[in-house]
Design a protein around this ligand. Structure first.
Ligand code: E4P
Length: 222
């Protein structure tokens, strides 16, 4: 399974990249808003420069989301985003307009990520529109007492049935167990916040075991 980081924070991306296991990055407008220091003075050029800076840090797909709602504007925005760097993936919302934009952009050879996916039917449409990636949001479904990972399971099954090429990105990841479940189901990718990546390696028995090993290692004299 590939690991993406779900952030626009350059320091977090750098730290995750140092682990040597980072395969890509996903951003969205909310994640971009978090890194903006002066919201009264952040332009589209600043946004594009920031996406370019992310592409310089990671050699893999970098999702950048369109901020318009109609197909024509999404296509225009998507083409501009794709021109930033070969690794840019244009993220479009799973709406009828978004599906049309995905179709157009994918036919033009531009990679796309269908975002805000909450049902198997939406995932089927994303694949049929030619999306390169589809992003089911597991955490937001769990938040409303609906099983987010069951959706991932459905999508993986359906895509297997028909050999759909779209890669499944498990998104809206809240904790390490989401990552483990994504891997068990066979999702292609998990996009993981930095706070969760940091917790993947942690186990109290590793910590207590290591403490004891260090104490006992004192019998070995230099
Ligand atoms: C990734 O592509 C999504 O934008 C992201 O995972 C959403 O996560 P959230 O539900 O924590 O905002």
């Amino acid at each position: 399974m590939k690991f993406f980081i779900d952030t626009a924070d350059l320091d977090e991306i750098r730290s995750a990249a140092e682990l040597g296991m980072l395969d890509g990055v996903t951003t969205n407008p909310s994640l971009i808003a978090k890194i903006v220091k002066d919201p009264s003075n952040f332009t589209r050029t600043d946004f594009f420069d920031h996406i370019a800076a992310i592409c310089d840090l990671v050699d893999g797909p970098v999702s950048a989301e369109v901020t318009s709602l109609d197909t024509a504007s999404m296509i225009k925005e998507g083409e501009a985003l794709a021109a930033i760097h070969d690794n840019v993936v244009v993220k479009c919302p799973l709406t009828i307009d978004g599906l049309k934009a995905i179709r157009h952009l994918s036919e033009a050879g531009i990679a796309t990520n269908a975002t805000l996916v909450f049902s198997p039917s939406q995932a089927i449409l994303a694949a049929k529109a030619g999306a390169s990636f589809v992003s089911p949001f597991v955490g937001r479904l769990d938040d409303i007492s609906t099983d987010g990972m069951a959706l991932v399971e459905d999508i993986v099954d359906i895509y297997d049935n028909y050999g759909y090429m779209a890669e499944v990105i498990v998104a809206s990841v809240r904790h390490p167990q989401h990552v483990v479940e994504a891997a068990r189901i066979g999702a292609d990718i998990a996009t993981i916040p930095f706070s969760v990546i940091s917790r993947l390696a942690v186990h109290p028995l590793t910590e207590s075991g290591l403490k004891k090993f260090m104490e006992d290692a004192s019998v070995i004299k230099p």
